[in-house]
Design a protein around this ligand. Sequence first.
Ligand code: FMN
Length: 191
Amino acid sequence: MNIVCLLGSPRKKSNSSTLAKRFVATAKKLGAKVKTYTLNDLKYRGCQACMACKKKLEKCALKDELAEVLEAVQESDVLVMASPVYFGDVSSQLKACIDRMYSFLKPDYVTNPSPVRLAPGKKLVMVLTQGNPDEQAFSDIFSRYDYFMKWYGFKESHLIRACGVREAGDIETRQDILTLAEEIARQVCSN
Ligand SMILES: Cc1cc2nc3c(=O)[nH]c(=O)nc-3n(C[C@H](O)[C@H](O)[C@H](O)COP(=O)(O)O)c2cc1C
């Protein structure tokens, strides 16, 4: 099982990265191969809407450090997207990467019943951490991205979410959610 883990936080001791790494550690013990990318360390731009991926290429035309990440996502069985909640959404680092996944859509994606260039059946694991302790607040984020990933042919999705974690390292006291990350890794790796 090939896992690609995208870390969307710019922080050291990041809460979302800590949860994603806990997931990854368990998955590795179960035999998964993992590629982890700290997006903030990479130089890349968001989608330029040049439409080259629809008109002349089968992939994104931008030759920057996200090109390897997009290739790895294409080859993965499991995609982990970890992010802090910033202004009610994922971080700009992760959002720019997601926008570049527009290149996975075929030119006739609006009408084509098989609209994506990805093999079907991938699994999504989304990790979200937010300062606000209210679980209702920003609970729409996962469902919005899950909707798009289902359209992209993903068959299964999981959410690891911590509310009320604000300072870097706050997650260390949330044993229940750290344990959940391990449990979800076992579920994902078991089928
Ligand atoms: C630019 C910025 C925007 C933020 N926006 C929100 C927000 O909209 N809602 C919220 O609950 N927390 C917000 N926070 C707090 C972070 O979500 C919180 O600190 C989280 O634990 C960070 O995760 P990380 O340690 O993985 O970076 C924001 C923090 C920053 C720096």
